[in-house]
Design a protein. Structure first.
Length: 673
């Protein structure tokens, strides 16, 4: 390249960088601070043998030949054969027919299946049909030519860029105009999010945060684009695929919150004590604690548990208690988390009723009152992110009662969180497999899951997902619910490490999934434990000093609930005011964004949090379901389906408000709901 042209090209690159630096200062201040005085150390802009812009790193060219052409061709290939996640809902039908939620979900999918079927991913390219990528998640900025070509070819609402290498994005700031990209998304009601550096974990957390703030329904179509291969980009790409299912699970919905309100209302009436903030653990914390799950590996752990029963505090969750009792092992504490009536029904099926009733029960505030009353000693803990909790907290002294975080979705999560609340330091996990090696051997052999007379009888589990094993290099079968539970366990363990003076160890004896933060431990490596003197007295002292119903006696939630129901009617009316006549995908997305923007702020207003709990889950599921189906239509068919679906959505929300109005004071005692 001749010197004059080189000078001109260099000045253009510098000018682009200065302009982009001003854009970062306005829109992304942390990145401005990173790059205002940035000096690359190993990756630099260069002009290659073709006199074209390229990157050189560690002495070699990043793009082998013609970086701009290569990048644009890659972008065009992506648009023809896009990699994207698709929302595929799974829900149980048998036993859940009473849920209006299930009925509407089935209705929304059935109409689309009857009219156009379910095209396979390779047969249907919605990016091409609608000339729109609603949420594009890109790994790798490179020089940015591929980004520019994507934006020149289709509309993009939300653009999430993750570049692991700060030097690479520094180069990109010299090449493409970020002001145009930001303006493009903002004009469509979307945003641009750029994450530089960090890890695959922060990348995934930032994607989740972006969806939570902007609209969870965007998860139904997320474009995933990897620009180049490196250890960091490849790990992030694989991690996204492993965990994408978590982005569309655990949302809850309105009828779940109705159950919570009903059960909390009833549990207050029978004066079940609540966990206080100042938890008393006394001498308990110096002893080992066994957390018992009902996974297959519980079977080979039974002898050790039985032989060391008197040397540890044993906390058993859900169906695992039956497996223990069948083997003559009585846990010190039984825990429950499910709000449905089936908890009380399966507890009734345990043969050793007299023994069961003498075990203290610790459960969430939303567990069915009939289950609570089956035990001589019952205690409850406020469940975070729960409508019953939010309503109750408006009547209780501020900061007196404990909301136990990282305690859901399973009894294993609850039991481990309780152990940490008790300040236990030596924790052993038994039967907490979070999966299975044999699809027909999915729980302990002594559990009710193999009892054909029980509603929960399961001959074989699906095992749609895979997870790394706790021992060796094996891969085990797992499921979305187990993966979500395991992830929360890992977060809980990690959180404890940031608590001052907290020293602890978690031993994972289970022959199931690997749990980060827990040390794999074979049964034959475990120590023989010394007997704990007066163990039951210590446990009862902990329970009596840590739980209280002083402020609950005489508390009347009814007036508060009635006020909230009246206000909820008004909220539903506002949510569906100015409902559009949908003409294309974008108009449907715009309406859902307006609805989402109305609900999200309620989370930060104490007296309105209950509305947020009631509405957000249903909003997530129904918006995502409608948009998922609408993508398969175009033209008048898209309009017909979308407008019909919105009317059904509106009627559904109105029916839900009337349902809680007529049932809040009576816990449900049907088979499941």
């Amino acid at each position: 390249m001749d010197p004059m042209r080189l000078d001109i090209e260099t000045k253009i690159l510098r000018g682009t960088f200065v302009k982009n630096l001003a854009v970062l200062k306005k829109h992304m201040p942390p990145l401005f601070e990173l790059y205002k005085d940035f000096e690359p150390q190993k990756t630099f802009l260069t002009f290659d043998h073709n006199d074209e812009l390229n990157l050189v790193s560690d002495g070699g060219l990043v793009y082998e030949d013609r970086a701009q052409q290569q990048s644009c061709e890659q972008a065009e290939l992506y648009l023809k054969r896009p990699m994207r996640s698709r929302y595929l809902p799974t829900y149980e039908e048998e036993g859940f027919e009473h849920y209006l939620h299930i009925q509407l979900m089935e209705e929304l999918f059935s109409r689309r299946e009857e009219e156009i079927g379910f095209p396979a991913a390779e047969e249907f390219n919605e990016f091409d049909t609608h000339k729109l990528i609603d949420f594009l998640c890109m790994i790798g900025s490179g020089l940015g030519y591929h980004i520019q070509r994507i934006f020149d070819s289709v509309d993009v609402n939300y653009f999430f860029l993750y570049e692991p290498d700060p030097e690479c994005f520094y180069a990109c700031l010299h090449v493409i105009d970020w002001q145009k990209i930001i303006e493009h998304c903002n004009a469509r009601g979307g945003t641009v999010t750029v994450t530089v550096g960090g890890s695959k974990f922060s990348f995934m957390n930032n994607v989740h945060s972006c969806l939570s703030q902007r609209g969870t329904f965007h998860v139904c179509r997320i474009g995933l684009y990897r620009h180049y291969h490196s250890e960091d980009t490849d790990e992030s790409f694989e991690y996204f695929h492993e965990l994408a299912h978590r982005l569309s699970s655990g949302w809850g919905f309105f009828e779940d919150e109705i159950l919570s309100t009903q059960n909390t209302f009833a549990n207050i009436k029978i004066n079940i004590p609540l966990l206080k903030n100042n938890v008393y653990s006394g001498k308990l914390k110096k002893y080992p604690v066994f957390i018992i799950g009902n996974g297959p590996s519980l079977d080979y752990s039974i002898d050790y548990i039985k032989n060391n029963l008197k040397g540890a505090i044993v906390i058993s969750g859900g169906t695992a208690t039956r497996s223990l009792l069948e083997n003559g092992i009585v846990p010190d504490i039984h825990v429950e988390v499910e709000r449905t009536y089936h908890v009380a029904k399966w507890l009734e099926n345990i043969k050793e009723q007299n023994t069961l009733s003498r075990i203290p029960l610790v459960a969430f505030n939303n567990v069915h009152p009939e289950a609570m009353q089956m035990f001589e000693r019952s205690y409850m803990i406020l469940k975070p992110h729960d409508s019953g909790n939010e309503l109750l907290c408006q009547l209780l002294p501020k900061n007196k009662y404990n909301q136990m975080y990282y305690s859901n979705p399973t009894v294993t999560n609850f039991a481990l969180a309780l152990a940490f609340e008790m300040k236990m330091t030596d924790i052993y996990l038994f039967g907490t497999d979070f999966g299975y090696k044999d699809k027909k051997y999915h729980h302990s052999r002594d559990s009710a899951y193999y009892d054909e007379s029980w509603d929960g009888y399961t001959e074989e589990h699906g095992g749609q997902l895979r997870s790394k094993a706790n021992f060796g290099d094996d891969i085990i079968f797992t499921e979305s619910a187990y993966e979500s539970s395991r992830a929360i366990v890992e977060m809980l363990i990690e959180r404890q490490r940031y608590i001052k003076n907290r020293v602890f160890k978690v031993h994972n004896t289970s022959d199931g999934a690997k749990v980060e933060g827990a040390e794999p431990a074979t049964i034959d490596s475990l120590p023989s434990l010394d007997i704990i003197s007066n163990k039951q007295d210590l446990i009862f002292k902990f329970l009596d000093k840590s739980f209280s119903n002083k402020e609950l006696v005489g508390t009347d939630m009814e007036i508060l609930i009635k006020e909230h129901i009246d206000r909820m009617r008004g909220m539903v009316k506002i949510l569906f005011s100015e409902m559009p006549q949908v003409t294309d995908i974008q108009s449907l997305i715009n309406f859902f964004q307006r609805q989402y923007a109305m609900v999200i702020p309620l989370m930060d207003i104490p007296e309105d949090k209950a509305y947020y709990r009631f509405l957000k889950g249903t909003l997530n599921y129904i918006q995502t379901t409608i948009l998922t189906n609408a993508y398969f239509y175009h033209g008048d068919e898209l309009s017909d389906y979308s407008n019909w679906a919105l009317l059904r959505f509106k009627k559904h929300c109105e029916d839900l408000v009337e349902k809680i109005s007529s049932t809040y004071h009576t816990p449900q005692n049907k088979r499941w709901f």
